[in-house]
Design a binder for this molecule. Structure first.
Ligand code: NAD
Length: 399
């Protein structure tokens, strides 16, 4: 592959392995990241289960194993528009991949400061990216990481199409019109709300400025390593397991490894989309190879391999490890039970053969959890953020 790609948020869980994968594929890759994810870890007293190297060490390790250089800019895209625009102007990339947002739903619901920060940070990084492209007359393809969470979690059993809904609007005298609209969003947290707002920004800039945009509605990512992050210890990817940033599956695996009960929120009747980190990087590469044309509305792909009910996931891991399951009060405000079926036809058509949970669960993730078991801090595991002030303190049981 050839061409230059600017990765926003390229030090993060999804951004780092994607930067390496694209570099390995032959793209000329550069990263912008203000390292805020590392600062939030410090603020929360949490850290990745895997010992992640500094960004300088990471980039030096990549240089040592491949001879490839990945330039890095430590810029806050939300706060420093002119600094960011200067990088875009200097690189004039063929594509921009945008991961640079505060991505934890529980963190976004912690309190006034976190709500404000998540809205300001996420909406501004997206808007500054679009603004810089327009101001610099840059005909780049923007690939953004969105979330399947924007669809909401209804109890209706139907397959959710990719981003859009065909509607028939009845008019008077038996007439009607057909239209295709953005799938009505139903965000369940401030974080998800920012992803819903991103969609409107994309719609506007694609229509007004003919920007070429692909929005990847990604499910919950599990796993840690990719072919590229395995190439040197300093390239290891992050693995979050704390109550704010640890995604459900990684949290269950850590719990199983240390003999802690698998903490299922509520009845565990929530159904969610999942994807392995190795498929995340493949999907981004596939999206880059298949850009939309100028003037097209934003292209939306559902980036999921499969959907699973949380309770079934817990039972699967309990069956494999002998762990106990503990049903704890749900800190979130969400449907107790929901159905979810998502079309992922676009990526299947582009040749993705996704990794499924049953196939890879142990070989990949357990290896990591076992290797770094001594670094696990049990205190970090329970969810600490509550969705509404109506919740009584202490409702989340600390096991
Ligand atoms: P992450 O927090 O590990 O990475 C995000 C990176 O962006 C961090 O390195 C952070 O320092 C950087 N960043 C944030 N704000 C910035 C700013 N203002 N300027 C510069 N850099 C900034 O998150 P992740 O898990 O890698 O997620 C990446 C993207 O994928 C997010 O947008 C997220 O919403 C989306 N996503 C992730 C998951 C998942 O399960 N991890 C699921 C669906 C969607």
């Amino acid at each position: 592959m050839s061409g230059s790609v600017l990765i926003l948020g390229g030090d993060g869980f999804c951004g780092w392995p994607t930067a390496l994968h694209l570099s390995a594929q032959g793209y000329d890759v550069a990263i912008v990241d203000n390292l805020s994810r590392r600062s939030i870890d410090d603020q929360l007293g949490a850290s990745s289960l895997t010992p992640i190297a500094s960004i300088d060490e990471r980039l030096a390790a990549w240089r040592s194993v491949t001879g490839k250089e990945i330039p890095f800019w430590g810029i806050d895209i939300a706060a420093d528009y002119s600094g960011f625009r200067n990088v875009v102007s200097q690189r004039r990339p063929d594509a921009i991949v945008h991961f640079a947002e505060q991505r934890s739903a529980p963190y976004s619901m912690k309190g006034v400061n976190e709500k404000n920060y998540t809205i300001d940070n996420n909406v501004r990084t997206t808007h500054h990216t679009l603004l810089a492209m327009v101001e610099l007359g840059l005909d780049a393809h923007l690939v953004h990481l969105g979330t399947t969470g924007v669809y909401g979690y209804s109890t209706v059993d139907m397959v959710i199409a990719e981003g859009y809904l065909d509607v028939i609007i009845p008019l008077e005298e038996g007439r009607s019109i057909r239209d295709t609209i953005l799938y009505p969003t139903q965000p369940g947290s401030i974080y998800h709300l920012t992803k819903s707002l991103d969609q409107l920004l994309f719609q506007f800039y694609a229509q007004n400025d003919r920007l070429r945009i692909t929005d990847l509605h990604q499910g919950i990512v599990w796993g840690t390593q990719t072919a590229e992050t395995r190439r040197h210890p300093a390239l290891v990817n992050r693995f979050d397991y704390d109550g704010d940033y640890g995604t459900v599956l990684n949290r269950f695996l850590v719990e199983a490894a240390i003999g802690y009960p698998l903490t299922v929120h509520g009845t565990g009747g929530q159904t969610r989309g999942f994807i392995n980190i190795q498929d995340t990087v493949r999907c981004v590469a596939l999206a880059l190879e298949n850009p939309p044309a100028a003037g097209e509305k934003p292209r939306i792909f559902n980036q999921v391999a499969e959907t699973k009910r949380v309770r079934d996931l817990a039972e699967m891991i309990a069956g494999m490890t002998g762990a106990q399951i503990a049903f704890v009060d749900n800190p979130r405000k969400e449907a107790v039970e929901n159905e979810l079926a998502l079309s992922n036809q676009s990526f299947l058509d582009l040749g993705l053969a996704p990794i499924l949970l049953e196939e890879q669960l142990f070989t990949e993730t357990i290896e990591i959890v076992g290797a770094y078991k001594d670094r696990i801090d049990r205190e970090l595991i329970p969810a600490q953020s509550l969705w509404t002030t109506g919740h009584r303190p202490g409702l989340v049981k600390h096991l």
